[in-house]
Design a protein around this ligand. Structure first.
Ligand code: HMN
Length: 299
């Protein structure tokens, strides 16, 4: 499980001008991330727009990620989000993830229907049983509407294959309680990027986040300072990160903003897919200033 600790970038979806998956753009971005020194990539999650793509597109995306990631000396750990409205699609994606050499799979509860804990448990179990890969629960109640109890978490965590939980609710208390329930060998990933340091301080083993991809260097700085016990400095970096996040959240869409920044840097990954909004021309000057600010923090 060591290979999953630390900073894991939630990968952005990459589209060409027509809005189709763009494997070349994916590979360009993954190549860049390989050079930053982060621990891994989380593919097809909220940031990756997995829920807005067909099963085929999700497979195509992962294949491009794996082709690039496996060419580099520094091996990124690739976690694949296979959550979908139906168990059938999730299982198909999990089997595919294993066949192309991914390191772990992860899933939210099945979305749209109001599901009982039994139903979510069986959904996750079907995914877990379909591969020999480690499984990471994705807990994001604000979008799925599903409240994960400590009881269900403990039951899941008792299985060897269930190695951790990514927790995107905003409660660091819940994060700590999940860590306590899972035990020392159970990984907890911080979800809200604006609380990276708070999450690490209270028990998270690392984080998976959607804003890491435009400023991995800053999250690596928080991580390094935290590991070396330099907490005042770690806090200063988190404050800088949060200045950026506040401005991103003021844009028409967060991922639209992140992608616009990467486009400014020449990555050419397109806009988010509707219903997520693109950044209008009138906001582009703001985005450019934000990019300058990030660069000045990274220097
Ligand atoms: C993913 O699944 O792609 C991300 O890791 C999700 C991640 O936890 C993000 N949460 C949501 O989108 C709800 C955060 O990175 C979030 O974007 C950030 O903290 C800004 O609020």
């Amino acid at each position: 499980i060591e290979k999953f600790k630390g900073v894991t970038i939630a990968m952005y979806a990459c589209y060409d001008k027509s809005g189709a998956i763009d494997p070349a753009a994916i590979r360009r971005l993954v190549r860049h991330y390989c050079e930053t020194g982060v621990r891994g990539l989380y593919v097809g999650g909220s940031t990756g727009e997995g829920m807005l793509q067909s099963v085929e597109e999700r497979k195509q995306t992962l294949e491009a990620v794996m082709q690039e990631a496996r060419q580099h000396e520094r091996q990124l750990s690739v976690i694949v989000h296979v959550g979908a409205p139906s168990t059938r699609d999730s299982v198909e994606l999990a089997v595919h993830a294993e066949s192309v050499g991914a390191d772990a799979v992860s899933a939210v509860p099945a979305i749209y229907y109001r599901l009982s804990p039994q139903s979510v448990e069986r959904h996750w179990q079907a995914i877990i049983d379909s591969t020999s890969l480690p499984f990471i629960i994705y807990h994001i109640p604000q979008t799925t509407g599903f409240t994960l109890s400590k009881e269900l978490l403990s039951r899941m965590a008792a299985q060897e294959k269930v190695i951790g939980v990514k927790i995107s609710s905003e409660s660091t208390f819940e994060l700590q309680q999940f860590k306590a329930a899972g035990g020392p060998d159970f990984l907890v990933f911080n979800g809200p990027d604006e609380q990276y340091l708070a999450g690490r301080s209270i028990g998270a083993d690392g984080g998976i986040g959607g804003t890491y991809g435009i400023m991995p260097e800053l999250f690596l700085k928080i991580e390094r300072c935290f590991n070396e016990g330099r907490l005042v400095e770690a806090k200063e970096w988190q404050f800088r990160v949060n200045e950026i996040i506040v401005e991103l959240l003021a844009l028409p869409s967060l991922y639209g903003g992140c992608k616009a920044i990467l486009n400014l840097r020449g990555f050419d990954i397109g806009e988010p897919r509707m219903p997520l909004l693109p950044i209008p021309e009138s906001d582009m000057e703001r985005v450019a200033r934000l990019n300058d600010k990030i660069m000045s923090f990274i220097e």
